[in-house]
Design a binder for this molecule. Sequence first.
Ligand code: GLV
Length: 311
Amino acid sequence: MRVLVTQEIDPIGLQILADAGLEVDVRAGPRPIDRAVLLDRVGGCVGLVPMPTDRIDAAVLDAGPLRVVAQHAVGFDNLDLAAARARGVICTNTPGVLTDATADLAMALLLAASRRVVEGDRLVRRGEFEGWRPTMLRGLDLRGGVLGIVGMGRIGRATAERAQAFGMTLVHHRGDPQELPSLPVGLDELLGMADVVSLHFPLRPETRGLIGAAAFSAMNSTAVLVNTSRGPVVDDSALAEALRPGQIAAAGLDVYAHGPQVEPALLALDNVILAPHLGSATRGTRRKMAELAARNMVAALGGDVPPNRIA
Ligand code: GLV
């Protein structure tokens, strides 16, 4: 029984697959797998371990005798679950293990964008640092500021917890804050009152482009946007239009509307931090993701209920 893994993952995942007696085909290369290569190599495979950059639709599901798709990520907007269900293909993801790493990255972007760290780094490298100045690169005060979490799920809560330690007050739209002292508000209300807006909801047809021109008009001119969820939930050209004249103050992005391509207008701006989808990129987290994806695969192929079934 062969399993295709579309990019190199932590060796623990490959070991678990091999120990279960599976033949593992790992496609190597720095970029996401080419669609034609995917369609070709999935032929003959009963299992597929895709990355969030791989579109797994009916054509892929029909290209091989696939029984299990064990996504190496928590988000699964790249999987056509209805097509998988229609074909009896089991799908799984890797929730939980990347919550802390992703919340840490959200916090890193929140801090860096609020305190203009990357702008400062560029200034120093340009040789323009001439000494401490009371008016240089003033940013946002976090203590007493309002953090608006859109999508209070696992990662939203973990981000909110971190921001609480910095003295921020919490409001949220959608989701469940559990024990966190967060006020539920409408989206427009949140956008109008937040000093930082952090996005933590999945990409779905109804959330595509949710944060666009209207949202930026509702935000404060001193506000910061952080997006560690999925790129297409933000309209990046409208974001550039809002950042350029200072309609909002800054943004920290880990994902892009047309990722991996970045809106050219954003590249030209100083008040946006652009990260290359690093949310879960820590050694320990990627190890746990590889392990979980492999365990899901082995369980499902062995006829057991996989720990993280989504279809
Ligand atoms: C990464 O973006 C993931 O969904 O795990």
